[in-house]
Design a protein around this ligand. Structure first.
Ligand SMILES: Cc1ncc(COP(=O)(O)O)c(C=O)c1O
Length: 453
């Protein structure tokens, strides 16, 4: 069972989460009745979250959980971070909205921060409200800049919910509706655990990256607008390309006249450890980079940041009613200040080692763990029925998620086959928090195994 104590009142006697309170039941019923049924929720009996503080959240029945998923890698500084909330409160009482028709100070401050910390020469920002919009805009900018319409995307990638970004997404379950957007070709991804070419790194000589040339020559006009990729595939299950991958891939893309669009929506701002941008682990510079999620620590905000020359290609009129909203921008400004001031990229690297070592140690004792991967505080486990066949074990993964919740630990699910768990705690946790989560995960693994015996 989740720990039922709260930080404010440890003695509070609250009902266990499994005996759902009237509030929980009412929220579930209203969700079932009034929300699009396609909206996915975790667990057989989804629980409404009513409060968050730091690394913890509480459900409507008082159950306390260690949140190691952070609302899909979004709450990077922990829930209700005091400095971010202070910035929001101050701004909301000063000026709440103007639209992009009027420059506002928080917006230009964030644009300036991003020009400094975005990779390479990306220094022009366009602000929106979601990762989907940031990627949609990035793809548009690449097409306009190059005057070409064909885009390369990665299999197992996730780019968003609009028609174009769903078209770029490389996973059938997330591509709703009948058709995908035209002009997008999906190249093999760097999925070393399930190498699309049946090879092994490094003797593979990065065949997956080199295959991009073949895809360009055989499935496009040869004139591509760009290549969109996440440094580590988030929804794909934290699939992590090996050293050298992006260097080879991007060289091929550029040689064919395309731009490199780097989707930092999950990897952005210290998450992968030791570098603010996930792409910092490879020696390449994007032409366009996109941010969302962790940029606002929970406030809806996104940015498309491009090289000046690329940004200048877009002519005509554009606006975003809520893009650059002063309140969202005040939050983003505070997030970036805290990440930099507290050197959270270094903390993610340091605590990430503890987490990673612990996960590898769990893999020695729990044979359904087929792969451990990721960087920094972005770590995943991939579950298989056995390590020889590598048959994805989605049923076990679902059970584990439930058992982890029973241990008071929230982790995420992912992967095309639904057989990965994603672990992405706040960037400011300490080594003991990672150990605590590992202990809970160990117990959850044993409980899930017992159920499958
Ligand atoms: C890598 C990546 N890109 C884009 C998106 C889309 O972001 P949003 O859900 O904010 O539209 C997501 C969302 O999970 C993502 O993980």
């Amino acid at each position: 069972m989740p720990s039922l104590t709260t930080e404010t009142d440890a003695a509070d006697e609250t009902p266990p989460a499994c005996t759902a309170s009237p509030t929980t039941r009412a929220v579930r019923e209203a969700h079932d009745r009034y929300v699009f049924p396609v909206v996915q929720t975790f667990y057989d009996e989804p629980m409404p979250i009513v409060r968050g503080q730091g690394k913890h959240v509480w459900d409507a029945d008082g159950g306390q959980y260690l949140d190691f998923f952070g609302g899909i890698l979004t709450v990077g500084l922990g829930h209700c971070h005091p400095e971010v909330n202070h910035a929001i409160r101050e701004q909301v009482d000063t000026l709440q909205h103007v639209s992009t028709l009027f420059p506002n100070q928080p917006m230009v401050q964030v644009a300036e921060q991003l020009a400094r910390i975005a990779p390479g020469d990306c220094d022009r920002s366009f602000f929106t409200n979601s990762g989907t919009e940031a990627n949609e805009f990035a793809l548009l900018v690449a097409e306009v800049h190059t005057g070409r319409g064909e885009i390369l995307a990665l299999r197992h990638g996730y780019s968003g919910r609009s028609r174009l970004t769903m078209g770029a997404t490389g996973q059938a379950p997330w591509r709703l509706g009948a058709g995908a957007a035209a002009g997008i070709r999906h190249v093999a991804n760097a999925y070393c655990y399930r190498c699309p070419f049946g090879l092994e790194y490094p003797s593979c000589d990065l065949r997956c990256a080199r295959d991009i040339e073949d895809v360009i020559r055989t499935t496009t006009s040869g004139r591509i607008a760009g290549f969109i990729a996440e440094p580590i595939q988030g929804v794909g299950g934290f699939i992590t390309p090996p050293p050298g991958y992006f260097e080879v891939a991007v060289e091929i893309v550029r040689r064919h006249g395309g731009l490199f669009i780097c989707d930092e929506i999950q990897t952005g701002f210290g998450r992968t450890g030791g570098t603010l941008n996930g792409i910092g682990h490879w020696d390449v510079e994007p032409d366009i980079v996109t941010y969302a999620k962790g940029l606002g620590n929970g406030v809806p905000v996104a940015a498309t940041v491009a090289r000046s020359e690329v940004a200048a290609s877009l002519e005509g009129n554009t606006l975003s009613t809520f893009g650059g909203n002063p309140v969202s921008m005040a939050a983003a400004r505070a997030v970036i200040e805290v990440v930099e001031r507290d050197d959270l990229a270094e903390n993610a690297a340091r605590v990430g080692v503890v987490l990673r070592n612990g996960l590898e140690e769990l893999a020695e004792r729990h044979p359904r763990i087929g792969d451990v991967r990721g960087k920094g505080l972005m770590q995943a486990l991939e579950f298989v029925e056995d390590r020889v066949s590598k048959t994805p074990d989605a049923a076990f993964t679902a059970r584990l998620l439930q058992c982890a919740r029973d241990e008071g630990l929230l982790i995420g699910k992912g992967g095309l086959y639904g057989n990965c768990v994603r672990i992405s705690p706040p960037l400011n946790i300490e080594a003991d928090d990672a150990r605590d989560a590992l202990d809970r995960l160990d117990r959850a693994l044993s409980a899930a195994e017992a159920a499958f015996r």
